[in-house]
Ligand binder design. Structure first.
Ligand code: NAP
Length: 531
């Protein structure tokens, strides 16, 4: 395989993490290169082009903070930006800071091997070999699609589309019979938009999800101006929130189970009307106390019953599991869509999808005929993209072996036996439980500071110690076990992928995490071996 480039740092991925890593590391004088399997920048926003795709974090927060001119000049059009606008933003950032010239597109990493003699990574890609002292995996938490092994899928004669790998050209559903499998965030966003076009839409639901209205709307210019005038303080305030996300409702210490019925209803109604994730901050103990959780869950179920005309359909749509245990959804008219005469909900909770036939789907004792079948079946989250890179560290140890019992790393940034490899928003860091762009900035800045410190001290390799990783994994699990998160089959636990080890992957709580990362750096990278 031909050698394409030798560099100080190779960054894998050109989503928000990769772009910022390229920007910062070049600024520090490192010879840095990027590889990206897609033909353009944007990461998750490059791939997830399904109808209705938009970010659940408000646009004024889901954006970079590192460059004040950028955050002042970029104008967001809606409360929550839709996929095309976020992709345009990523492309603007790449152009504005001349980052695309550093990236080899259409370049997939096939293997990455650490050479103990040279202390460098050899990275085999579909376009040739890169050698680098440091490897930064900015490969995303939700970037490897989950394609369940449906019996007979290849027999289907119509189009099969996955929400996470949507075609670039617009898909016209006018007059089409459409089937969609899955009712997670992607489906909840796509279903109302597809239903508005399709002749018939069948939704195959294995587990119902709780969804709260997003209340998306054009962004009020006065809100945009006021935010920009106060951006620095607002970004700082967000970093002090457990989720890294600000809401119009400040956090409180109240308990839902103790709330007076009228006070409870008023508070929940107010949040339901406002829309967004602020709903889940109504009471401090929703995520930890089963009684409080159930009270809030029951509130959402009662909303579903109000919104859905057919009582049997409403009952099927109403989840019974812990609320906010799976990643909650925000929607625009999701439940109301099931009032349309051409939309049907198919309960597959007991038998699943029996088979895909040449004409459609066999499930729930029926044969359904479709022109298009949509798989909204999610992702092999947090570890999928890293494991797909076939990474081999010291002594021939492979990442898939090292992580056979779940991702074992330190700070979500570094893995024992895999020196000079950094994972941006890796498992073990707050990542998907926060505003991803904020989490990305924190990680990339930490990596930048680390590489600068190593260079200053003449250190060639950095590697997390096994003890530090073990106690970090314990810490992540100890915190998760104090909450209701482990009580359902979420992708946070890897439970959506058959055979994947069940372990809670993200770390709950951003502020103490960021503080810990800083302490580690200040204490001369304690928990790491430097050589
Ligand atoms: P997801 O939440 O994992 O949902 C996948 C859906 O497919 C679930 O309903 C699941 O059912 C179903 N499914 C999976 N395998 C199946 C099978 N073999 N048979 C039948 N049904 C099956 O995936 P997603 O909706 O793509 O969302 C993933 C994450 O991406 C979200 O949680 C969110 O973090 C992120 N996302 C964000 C946004 C946003 O910010 N707006 C939008 C979309 C996605 P079960 O529940 O029974 O497993």
């Amino acid at each position: 395989m031909r050698l394409v480039e030798e560099c100080d740092v190779l960054v894998v991925g050109a989503g928000f993490g990769g772009l910022y890593a390229l920007y910062l590391l070049r600024q520090e004088g490192f010879h840095v290169k990027g590889v990206e399997r897609a033909s353009g920048v944007g990461g998750t926003w490059f791939w997830n082009r399904y109808p209705g795709a938009r970010c659940d974090v408000e646009s004024l927060q889901y954006s970079y903070s590192f460059d004040d001119e950028l955050q002042q000049e970029w104008e967001w059009s809606e409360r929550y930006a839709a996929q095309p606008e976020i992709l345009e933003y990523a492309e603007h950032v790449a152009d504005r800071f001349d980052l695309s010239s550093l990236i080899a597109f259409d370049t997939n990493v096939e293997a990455a091997t650490f050479n103990e003699d040279s202390g460098r990574w050899r990275v085999e890609t579909s376009q040739g070999v890169y050698e680098a002292q440091f490897l930064v995996a900015a490969t995303g938490c939700l970037s490897t699609t989950n394609l369940p092994k449906f019996d007979g899928l290849s027999n289907f004669t119509g189009d099969v589309l996955h929400t996470g790998q949507w075609p670039h050209e617009p898909v016209d559903f006018t007059g089409q019979r459409v089937g969609i499998i899955g009712t997670g965030s992607s489906a909840v966003q796509a279903i109302p938009v597809i239903a508005a076009q399709a002749a018939h839409l069948s939704v195959f639901q294995r587990t119902p999800n709780y969804s709260v209205p997003a209340r998306n709307e054009p962004l009020d210019p006065r809100v945009q101006t006021a935010t920009k005038q106060n951006y620095e303080a607002l970004r700082q305030a967000a970093q002090e929130e457990r989720s890294g996300i600000l809401s119009v409702f400040p956090p409180n210490e109240d308990s839902a189970k103790d709330a007076d019925p009228l006070e409870f209803k008023n508070r929940m109604d107010e949040r339901w009307e406002e829309g967004g994730f602020g709903f889940y901050r109504a009471y401090a103990d929703i995520g930890i106390d089963p009684t409080s959780n159930e009270r809030v869950a029951e509130y959402v179920r009662s909303q579903i019953v109000d919104l859905v005309d057919d009582a049997a359909t409403a009952q099927l749509l109403a989840p019974t599991n812990t609320i906010a245990c799976k990643r909650p959804c925000l929607d625009t008219g999701y439940y109301e869509t099931f009032n349309l005469p051409h939309v049907e909900l198919v309960d597959i909770s007991s038998e699943g999808i029996e088979a895909i036939t040449s004409d459609g789907v066999r499930a729930a004792g029926r044969d359904f005929e479709f022109d298009v079948l949509i798989l909204a079946t999610g992702f092999d989250a947090m570890t999928g993209a890293l494991l797909n890179m076939n990474i081999t560290g010291k002594g021939g140890s492979t990442l898939s072996n090292a992580w056979s019992a779940g991702p074992r790393n330190y700070l979500g940034l570094s893995i024992p036996e895999f020196p000079n490899l950094f994972t941006v928003t890796g498992p073990g860091s707050p990542s998907v439980l926060t505003n991803m762009i904020m989490a990305i900035e924190q990680h990339v800045e930490w990596i930048r500071d680390c590489l600068v410190a190593l260079r200053q001290k003449g250190i060639k390799t950095i590697e997390a110690s096994p003890q530090a990783a073990d106690s970090w994994v314990d810490h992540v699990n100890r915190i998760a076990n104090q909450t209701l998160y482990p009580t359902c089959n979420s992708w946070y636990l890897g439970a959506n992928i058959p055979g994947k080890t069940r372990v809670f992957m993200p770390l709950i709580g951003y502020p103490p995490y960021a503080e810990r990362c800083q302490q580690v750096a200040d204490n001369n990278y304690e928990g790491f071996a430097l050589a």
